[in-house]
Design a protein around this ligand. Structure first.
Ligand SMILES: Cc1cc2nc3c(=O)[nH]c(=O)nc-3n(C[C@H](O)[C@H](O)[C@H](O)COP(=O)(O)O)c2cc1C
Length: 377
């Protein structure tokens, strides 16, 4: 346990940079009296259909493989990917129309997200009985190839965990994780060109938290950052189901609202002080921090960092361990360098930062239909 969760407003648990309507005003405004205004398509039914295995027999079509790929974590749930069936397997291309120019100006998170999708796709290909390899296309197009190989591969426990994984953005219960679980997480995250650091020392956690809070305050004061984030928030079930993308506020325990009201209140309540307090509480209720550091700072290695993280997340899920991202200090270049110096990673870029621990599940995120992300060969 990293520290005692401090007092907070029950029912108004907000989330990182992605969904935050902290403050009592929101809770009041979002009360039962206006809930009827947010009626919409059934989010729970859509989520239950989405987050399920496609085959119990081991036979998987191309669309099924893409289904598993799209269940990967991805920044802002923008789903910046397109999938193409090729003679050797599947080609994943970046969809730059879904990039995040403010928070992710160099497309680092976008390529890490492609790595997450590639890892799921590789696990699914193997579950379907074929060996599989991931390669980054060096041509400059930024594509990732997941090639299918010989028959004889077997289903992995990480594959089984794909439909259960989620980023869980709530306060955790403060319980530590055991040594055996820590070792399994380290082992699962092993990917060429990428290192995982697990931080549980209280002093070091507080030092990292300082930088998280610094970056959080900067981002929450930046109108461009706030506007971009707001454009990806889905304030009610209808908006979440209609778009199939973005950050559904209920995933962070935030009451749903009509879009116009949610948008209005977000602007009023997304403030640096509230954000800092929420992140401090969430870090101190976690068991530890996980840091992913790739050998080089280029697209190929950002993909590797995403793969390593996705494997960590699936192993954690299989062990009943939750996680959530805290990438704010990595999104502000000078603070990212400060964090790198603090962690002694030399010239390497810190790619991803998250917390892990124990908590109950939160509502699920959604995805766009598979047909929307498949492109013809
Ligand atoms: C590269 C990358 C960066 C991310 N950064 C953050 C972040 O800073 N804060 C956060 O709350 N979630 C972050 N996420 C998590 C995504 O928002 C999350 O995966 C997405 O909303 C879909 O939700 P799910 O993973 O629960 O399916 C990140 C995910 C990836 C892959």
């Amino acid at each position: 346990m990293l520290g005692q969760p401090r007092d907070f407003l029950p029912g108004v648990i907000s989330m990182k940079h992605r969904t935050l309507l902290a403050g009592a005003g929101v809770a009041v405004a979002a009360g039962a009296g206006i809930r009827w205004l947010t009626r919409g398509p059934d989010h729970d039914a859509a989520a239950a259909t989405l987050w399920s295995h496609r085959s119990t027999t081991g036979s998987l079509e191309f669309a099924d493989l893409v289904h598993y790929a799209t269940l990967a974590a991805n920044s802002h749930n923008a789903q910046p990917w397109l999938f193409q069936h090729t003679p050797v397997g599947v080609l994943i291309s970046p969809d730059f129309s879904r990039s995040l120019p403010v928070v992710d100006g160099d497309a680092h998170h976008l390529f890490a997200s492609l790595g997450c999708a590639a890892e799921n796709l590789m696990l699914a290909t193997r579950a379907a009985g074929r060996s599989s390899e991931i390669a980054f296309d060096p041509s400059g197009a930024g594509r990732v190839q997941v090639a299918a190989g010989v028959v004889g591969a077997t289903r992995d426990a990480l594959f089984d965990a794909i439909p259960d994984r989620q980023c869980t953005r709530c306060d955790y219960d403060g319980r530590a994780i055991g040594t055996a679980d820590r070792m399994l997480l380290q082992k699962a995250a092993r990917v060429d060109g990428c290192e995982l650091l697990l931080i549980e020392d209280l002093v070091r956690v507080e030092q990292v938290l300082e930088l998280i809070l610094l970056a959080t305050a900067l981002q929450a004061s930046d109108p461009a950052f706030v506007a971009e984030l707001r454009s990806w928030l889905r304030f009610n079930a209808g908006a979440a189901v209609d778009s199939g993308d973005g950050l559904y506020v209920a995933c962070s325990g935030i009451p749903t609202l009509p879009t116009w009201l949610g948008s209005l209140l977000f602007a009023a309540f997304f403030k640096p002080a509230a954000e800092r307090e929420r992140h401090a509480r969430q870090v101190r209720s976690s068991a530890g921090l996980a840091v992913f550091v790739a050998d080089l700072d280029d697209r190929a290695h950002w993909v590797q960092a995403g793969r390593s993280y996705q494997r960590f997340a699936l192993q954690a899920t299989a062990l009943g361990i939750r996680h959530a991202h805290l990438n704010q200090p990595l999104e502000v270049a000078p603070i990212r360098r400060q964090l790198g110096a603090l962690l002694g990673v030399g010239d390497r870029r810190v790619d991803l930062l998250l917390r892990y621990g124990h908590a109950a599940a939160m509502p699920r995120s959604l995805r766009r239909p598979v047909r929307d992300v498949i492109v013809a060969a």
